[in-house]
Structure formats: C-alpha cells, structure tokens
Design a protein around this ligand. Sequence first.
Ligand SMILES: Nc1ncnc2c1ncn2[C@@H]1O[C@H](COP(=O)(O)OP(=O)(O)OP(=O)(O)O)[C@@H](O)[C@H]1O
Length: 683
Amino acid sequence: MMSSSDEQLCPNISSDVTSSPPSRRRKRQKAQQPWAPPSDGTDGTPKKKKKKDGAKETGRGGIKTSSLFKHNPDISDIHRPAVAQLKEKIFTSDLFSDLDLHPHLVATLNKVMNISTLTSVQKQTIPALLAGRDAVVRSQTGSGKTLSYAVPLVQSLQSIQPKVSRSDGPLALVIVPTRELAQQTFQTFQKLLKPFTWIVPGVLMGGEKRKAEKARIRKGINILVSTPGRLVDHIKHTLSIAFSAVRWLVLDEADRTLDLGFEKDLTVILNSLNSTGPARQNVLLSATLTNGVTRLADVCLNNPVSIHVSSAPSSDLTTTSVVTCDPEAASQSESFAVPEALKQFVVVVPSKVRLVCLAAFILDKCKFSQNDKLIVFISSCEAVEFLHSLFIAVLSRPSANHKPPLMFLRLHGNMKQEERTEAFQQFSASQSGVLLCTDVAARGLDLPQVTWIIQYTPPTAAAEYVHRVGRTARIGARGSSLLFLTPAETAFITELANHNISLSEMKLQDILSSLMFDDVYKGRGKYHSKSSSKALEQEVRERATVLQTEFENFVHADARSLQAAKKALQSFLRAYTTYPAHLKHIFHIRSLHLGHAAKSFGLRDAPQGLSAAAGPGASGGHRKNQNQARKQNQKKLTGKKRFGQREVQMFHSEFSSGLEGGDAKKKKKKKKKEAFSQSGEEE
Ligand SMILES: Nc1ncnc2c1ncn2[C@@H]1O[C@H](COP(=O)(O)OP(=O)(O)OP(=O)(O)O)[C@@H](O)[C@H]1O
C-alpha cells in the first residue's frame, strides 16, 4: 500500500489507482488488449521528433530511446493445458521421539532446531535407513530431505562402539553440487552433533585454501561434506585422505551432479570407495529423480528402497507410499511435485520490454507495496553482474519517504569465495531485498522467508524449474513464482504441463502499472484521475519508456558500463544456445531478435560487430575457431537481423562447446569451465 508521502508524489493519480494493487485495479477496468495500439495510432511513447534509427527524443534533456512498444510480436492468448498437479502432504502427526533414536538426538532436534514432528519423507526414509537399507528418495523441495538422511546417519555413528574417533577418518561422505549447499549441510550436521562431540564433521569445497583443507583432513573428519570436484581433487592430491572406513555415502541433489557432467568425478569417488572399506549404505536424494539418477542408482546402490512421497494425481492426497524400484515409480519419474502453497505465475513479455518489466515488478514488490524478499534467476554470471550494477544505480536511489534503499545482492560462480559467502549470509539474514543469481542458488538452499522467485531467463529443464521455485514455499510456508517468457517461448508452458506443472498468467500491463506509484517515472503529465483507461495505459507505457531511458543512459554513460552490457548480452546469447535439443523448438537462438535482445540489456541498438572472439568463451584461445568466427563476423549483426545459420554456428563454436581444435585436456577444462560459468557452479 502507498504511504502518504507516496501519495504526495503522485498528485495526478486517482484514488482508485493509488489505493489498490495493479492487478485488482486492472480487474475493475474494462477488459483491454494490452498491446493493441491505441486507436489514435500512437504506440504509447511520448510523441517526439523521430530519428533515423527509430529513436525518439523524450524531452528529458535530449535523451534518445527507440520505442519500447512498437514492432513487438503479438502476445496471443497462451495455451494452458489442463494439469493434475502432484500433491505431497508435508507433515505427519508422528514424532521424532517415537522413533528409535538416542534421546540426546531427539532433544537436540526439539530444543536446538525446534523440530518435533516428522515430515512425510522423514517418516518413510528414517526407518528404512536405520534398518540399513540403501535408498533413492524423492520428495518435493523444502520437505526436509536433509534430516531424513542426517538423523539416521548421526544415530548410526553415535552408536558405534568403541566410540568413533578422529583417527578413524571419514565414516560418511555427503556429496552436494554447490559450495553454499555444502556449507549449509555441514551446519546441519554441526547442530545435530552437539551432544556427540567425539564425531567430527567437516566441509570441503572449491574456493577454500587447499592447504588448510589438507590440514583438516589430516587431523581427521568423520562426516565429510564436499562438492564432487573438490573431493576428487583431494583424492588425487591429498595422501592423508583415506576412505577405508566409509560406511555411508549420500548424494544429495544427485541428478544435478549428473547433469553437470560430473559422472567422471563420481566414478573416481566410487572407485576410491569400492577399492576398500566395509559394507556401505548409499542414499540418493532429489526433488526431481530422473532416468539419469536411476542409471546412477544401478551403479552404486544395493537393492535400494525407492521412496516417492507424492501420490498419483487422482489418488487419496493424504496418503503417502513407499515403493521399491518398480515400473510405477519409473512412470511417475517425470512428473514433479511442487509445494502446494506455491502460487506459480507466468508473464509473456516481448524481449524489448523485459528489463523494464523486471524492474517494475521488483519496485512493486520491494518498494511500492510490500517489503518482499526476491530471488531472480538469470542465465549467466556476466548478466547477473550487469543487472546488479544497473539496478543498484537506477533502482536503489533513496526514496522521498525515507525508506531504506532497495538491497540488491548477487551470487554466481565467478565471484570470489569470500564475496559469495558474504552475499549468501547477508541475504539469508535479511527480511527483504533482491538476490540476483545463476543456478548456483537453485538447488537445496534453505534461505528463510523468500516470498518470490523470478525466473528472468527460463530454465533449461523442467527439473531446474522445480528446484528454482523450490527456494520459496518451503516446509509449508507460502510463496510465489513468476516465469518470464517471450511470445516465441510460450510453448514452454506445455513442456512444464507435461511434468504436471501448472501456471497462471500474469499480465504484462498489470506489472508495468506499478510504475504509477512513483512520479519519478512520470510521462508527459497528461494523465489525470478522470482520464480513460486507455489514457492510463498510455501513461504506463510512457513511464516504462522513461525507466528504460534511465537504464540506457546508465549503460551509455561510459565505456565500461557499455562494455559490461555488451558482455552480458553476449553471455545471454551464449547461454541461449545451450538449451537441450528437445527444447530447441522453443528456445532457439535463431528466433531471437538481436536488436530487441540488446534493448533488454539497456543497449540502444544491437551492437555492431558483436564479436564472439571478445566473449569470455573465446579466452581459451582456439585460434582456428576465432578466425572462423571473425570471418563469419564480417557480416555484422545488426538491429533488424535475426540469427542465421552462421551466427548460430558462431555462438556454438565459440561459446557453446568451444572444443574443436584443442587437445583433450584443454577441451575438458573448457567444457567444465563453461558449464560452471553457465550455471554458477564453483568447482
Ligand atoms: N520435521 C520438520 N519439522 C519442521 N521443520 C523441518 C523439519 N524437517 C526439516 N525442517 C526444516 O525445513 C526446511 C527445509 O528442509 P530441507 O532443506 O532439508 O528440505 P529439502 O527437502 O532438502 O529441500 P530441497 O529439495 O530444496 O533441497 C529446513 O529449514 C529444515 O530445518
């Protein structure tokens, strides 16, 4: 809601407009075609002298901006197939104290962690693991999978006689895909082990000093939490690491570990475990078990129990089931459950308008109406960096009502470890603010009170969609998500429906309408309280144009920010080429319009001579490819141009794989680096 000082800022806005959120406001207005041009033939932007490149003078100090709302593809009605969502009941009425656990462990859960009732996945998994079974566990995000393996693991290790000592070395290995998740999991063990001080947990992760880690390994770690690459690193180079006593192996987010091409790392880890050691219990967990995980299960599991908490769509929603590896489980494996309290939205936005749409949404949620806590997923580290500095400069200005400036944080795989840790901790502790990140934050992170998940760039798989939205609505809490799609990408809604995921549509115009809350973005000032809804629409477009102009001014203010915008655009394009084959009909670089995409990075025009060689993917220096790219590049990419075969090839050769021509080692290194850079992975 608006404060009185906000109202003073908006003298021209009628009470109808100011007192209700944009969505409700819209409902009261006559139904409109959001992007049908006004009948007067204008496009909603201030009428100014037209420049030869389509740019216009906005009247704000000779600022140039080409029309945001002209020449956009039509937004047709989206097709939302009927979907029976999988449901999972989160809590049971059973208590941890009913289980056969050490009383100090139960007391720690109750008193230190404030946890007494079992979740469904815990009710099913803990007894199976206490009975010594291997397990493949799937339950929705935020349903308590960590404790479902950590509690029986601690129960089992504390009961070993004679007591476990540091000199026993690792008795349990827990492999997770990212550093932050490693840190979080380690902290959970620290809490659970409070009464069992003789069992020592430890964490290994990329970005930390190897020497310090080696020293800790030498001293003795009993429960070792690690990212895969770092563990392999130590297996190869740390003599004191010995797995002869390992009796638990946990792969959390196991499908992700496979996705990132870590099969080889896992093979190294498994081989080093299998070569020695006692019988071992193996546990695989994820909210999105896929065939890939089943393959992995064949490799390392011994007659596992398969635990799928979700019930079939038509069955009794209050029951849960334990199944062994059978065809039914397999057939369900591609249907994903998302938290029931999660509200999922999609907005269809033409490329040109994406940036202002995101900004308007953030302003509405974090400044104008509420103090929300948002995570925005973006496809590349460079684009995260760019948007972070852009938003701090343009959206974080102190407001007239003395509200604290909007907090923007960032998290991606190209940051220094200290910066990553600081951002993670700061966002965890904050009540509100915006975290701009790559998929490095998509898996497993339990960040408190996140209210909105924005997928500014669509995920590369339905499973990743599930994990991203799963950073909110955890353990029964409420939360919402918003997926950005361009008009050409709306078939992704059907793709998600194929995985039992259903979205509601949010209208672009409703999001942009939030700009009416702040007269900083005022248009030509013709709009007043008695104006028609069409005039309101026009005013909203003008305000969106003013905001876009501010972004463009920032980007074009100096060479450095211009370069950052171009780099971000390039990395976005590179990421766009990496959608898997079965999604290429939806996300193909050839269907992108370079000029429009450039606009969403605050660039006034499509960069001339957009050079693959200048991009980060080229730094590996495959000269042959660079020359090829340069030749291809002689035909410059211009604003009006869509991507043709040659440009597609260019991005493929330089950014997507970039592997041709180098030796095998270089190829592997580069491929991995690109995957990490893409996803924000840290190894
Ligand atoms: N039985 C319980 N009662 C109350 N809270 C719980 C319980 N079990 C776990 N939690 C809390 O629920 C939150 C989510 O748990 P956790 O991170 O293990 O979920 P997850 O299923 O592993 O999610 P993801 O799939 O996203 O990794 C944590 O804050 C955790 O402390």
